[in-house]
Design a protein around this ligand. Structure first.
Ligand code: SAM
Length: 276
């Protein structure tokens, strides 16, 4: 009988966020695959858990992944954890879950906090549709292509960034998107937790005065919805306004409503209505 792979979320700062179920799982598994065993050892010590660990990080995941899968196939259970937050989210784990699926091994999630969703919830920006973009590439060309591909994306965008690269990234976002609202969540769940809600121009100026410190998540407002407005021609807008006017609405009111729905000017729609 194969064992089980547990994907266990760990705190992003505040150890009280570690759930009883997560503690129980780490106590019960046969071994833990940890991104950095020194970091996880501190967590284990805090909760008085003694468990063998193997290191599992981005530089050894190929050979280590198969070794972990073989042990699970032989009946052992394994918990994969990263340094903080959910494994698999800009952290090792994705590959291991894929390997488990390919080898018909059950994977069970023990959810914990993730900086991305936590920051989104505090942003005050739209949470109904969002897109996680992780870290931007440090390669200039790839970074530009990535930002270019997001320029017209209406979803709220989530980025991770290291403090020493923050100012540069804010400038690149401003260049690519123009001025948009942004919420910067810093040191979530820690003593210096802070949320700065501003716009890209304001954020660039703010961090020119004050060097960024700690861990940041950037939540950027999506592109304004334009598709519907652009997909309608002026003739179609005029026709729609005429329908409203034909139903008894004042022509100026019909032009105003159609203008707000299509993006054309009220005056050009009204002029179109008067032509015939
Ligand atoms: N797997 C993690 C998760 O689920 O949140 C993310 C790991 S990623 C390597 C690390 C990045 O997450 C940091 O550079 C920062 O952008 C963000 N982050 C992690 N902890 C944070 C915190 N307490 N406050 C703000 N951002 C945090």
């Amino acid at each position: 009988m194969s064992g089980i792979l547990y994907v266990v979320g760990t705190p992003i700062g505040n150890l009280s966020d570690f759930s009883p179920r997560a503690i129980e799982t780490l106590q019960q598994v046969d071994f833990i695959a940890a991104e950095d065993t020194r970091v996880t050892l501190k967590l284990l010590n805090h909760f008085e858990i003694k468990k063998p660990m193997v290191s599992y990080h981005e530089h050894n995941l190929r050979e280590r992944g198969m070794m972990i899968i073989r042990r699970i196939q032989e009946g052992e259970s394994c918990a994969v954890v990263s340094d903080a937050g959910m494994p698999c989210i800009s952290d090792p784990g994705e590959d291991l879950v894929r390997l488990a699926a390919e080898n018909s091994i059950s994977a069970v999630v023990i959810p914990g906090p993730s900086a991305a969703v936590s920051a989104l919830c505090l942003s005050g920006l739209s949470t109904s549709r969002f897109c996680f973009e992780g870290f931007l590439s440090t390669n200039r060309h790839n970074r530009q292509l990535h930002l270019e591909s997001l320029k017209n994306d209406p979803h709220t965008l989530i980025f991770y960034e290291a403090p020493h690269k923050l100012q540069n990234t804010l400038q690149d976002l401003y260049k690519a998107f123009g001025n948009r609202r942004i919420s910067l969540a810093r040191e979530l769940t820690k003593v210096h937790e802070e949320v700065l809600r501003t716009d890209l121009e304001g954020a660039v100026a703010y961090f020119q005065e004050k060097a960024p410190k700690g861990e940041f998540v950037l939540i950027v407002e999506g592109a304004p919805e334009q598709e519907e407005k652009e997909s309608c021609t002026l003739e179609e807008a005029v026709a729609a306004a005429k329908v409203l006017a034909g139903d008894g609405m004042k022509p100026t009111e019909a032009a105003r409503i159609t203008a707000s729905e299509t993006g054309f000017k009220k005056s050009e729609i009204y002029a179109g209505m008067l032509k015939e």
